[in-house]
Design a protein around this ligand. Structure first.
Ligand SMILES: *Cc1c(COP(=O)(O)O)cnc(C)c1O
Length: 387
């Protein structure tokens, strides 16, 4: 038994001595995705009444009211399987984007779309090129498929498309790009993107993750849908989790050439997009009022955070998303100190940025609470271990 484990090269990874040898070595080496801390958990742990969560880039206004109503109306139908083709939602999306229904694929969150694309094209011996730091799901799914990651550092905190292109070689199956990028909130622009597409060798699939694109105000940021082409292996991933406020329902989608959509439909589990989620997403899609209000709250929140950081001399990145990355010194320490004051943010240490925290935009009163706690904590940073 021990011998088998050693041969698999996976003895160290998980320390699971009972069943480790039963499991694919690939899995032993994986690290689980680390989600933001739930509000209730912090309240319980620290006995806090008032907790603000600015950690998962959720919509501080709540769900689209139209979406929530559609969700509730599904309660009487919970005994039925959902529409396995997701036709109503796909038709709504097809109309919205001016594409065919057969160019849309639904996912259990856009995370599932990302995973499907990786499973579709990555196999052992092939590589996935990503910018780094970026969303951790890219790495987890790639390694789960037995592929290798090629991480291309950002340049001045922005995805460097020339360097990404240069990292592509004969082994590359897939390039994954988030625009805006997470955790930086920065963007690449149309010219660089078009050049990248032109110069990319044939046979490489591109996955453009547009989870935050509804927040973008810069008119030079490319919109993935405009680059859909039946002869180009490009998949655009979008989500209802962020601007539409439906993160809890787990619904996202991909736009892609028909042939790729067909392959993804063969790969996905039946009923991967649940019924209430489909109904809520279809309603939320045409809830312009909620989207406009969301954009306004976000713009004002970004300005508020910018003023706070400016006033404290804290460096931060210009964000086109619904979060800001700020340089605070010992990020894990600042994260913990904020937790003690009932404010949940994200330490970017797990992204390889041990001096930065990521703060999601909240409502004005939430950002006031953050500001109060942050001023306090920052004043104590000088006394933090390692400073
Ligand atoms: C939040 C996020 C997503 C969306 O995840 P869902 O599975 O749709 O909730 C995708 N990509 C990035 C970069 C994200 O930050």
């Amino acid at each position: 038994m021990l011998k088998t484990k050693r041969e698999s090269g996976a003895v160290s990874a998980a320390g699971c001595t009972l069943f480790g040898h039963l499991v694919s070595p690939r899995v032993l080496d994986l690290k689980s995705y680390v989600p933001g801390k739930p509000i209730e958990e912090l309240q319980r742990e620290k006995g806090l009444q008032r907790v603000v969560k600015l950690a998962s880039n959720e919509n501080p206004l709540g769900p689209s009211p139209a979406g929530a109503a559609a969700y509730q109306a599904e309660a009487a139908r919970l005994h039925r399987y959902p529409d396995g083709y997701g036709l109503v939602l796909k038709q709504a999306l097809a109309r919205h984007w001016g594409v065919g229904v057969d160019q849309v694929v639904l996912g259990n969150g856009s995370s599932e779309i990302l995973e499907m694309v990786v499973r579709l094209v990555v196999r052992p011996g092939r590589t996935v090129v990503v910018a780094s730091p970026s969303f951790s799901i890219y790495e987890i799914t790639t390694h789960a498929q037995g592929g290798a990651m090629v991480s291309v550092p950002l340049r001045d905190h922005v995805v460097d498309l020339e360097a990404v292109r240069a990292a592509v070689d004969g082994d590359t199956a897939l390039v994954i790009l988030a625009n805006p990028n997470n955790p930086t909130g920065t963007v690449f622009r149309r010219k660089a993107w078009e050049r990248f597409l032109t110069e990319l060798p044939e046979g490489v699939t591109v996955l453009l993750d547009e989870a935050y694109t509804e927040f973008v105000s810069d008119p030079d940021v490319p919109v993935g849908r405009n680059y859909l082409d039946e002869s180009r292996p490009l998949v655009v991933a979008r989500t209802f989790s962020k601007a539409y406020g439906l993160a809890g329902l787990r619904i996202g989608y991909g736009l892609a050439p028909r042939e790729l959509v067909d392959y993804m439909n063969r790969l996905r589990l039946p009923f991967n997009a649940n019924g209430p989620a489909q109904a809520a997403a279809a309603a939320a899609l045409s809830d312009e009022g909620h989207l406009t209000a969301t954009a306004r709250v976000n713009r004002e929140g970004l300005e508020r955070l910018g003023r706070l950081f400016d006033s404290l001399g804290v460096t931060y990145l210009p964000s086109q998303a619904n979060f800001v990355l700020a340089r605070v010194g010992p990020a894990d320490w600042v994260f913990e100190a904020l937790l003690n004051r009932g404010v949940i943010v994200r330490s970017a240490a797990s992204f390889g940025l041990p001096e930065w925290i990521r703060v999601s935009v909240g409502l004005p009163e939430e950002l006031d609470l953050f500001a109060e706690a942050f001023r306090d904590v920052l004043a104590g940073v000088a006394g933090a271990p390692g400073e």
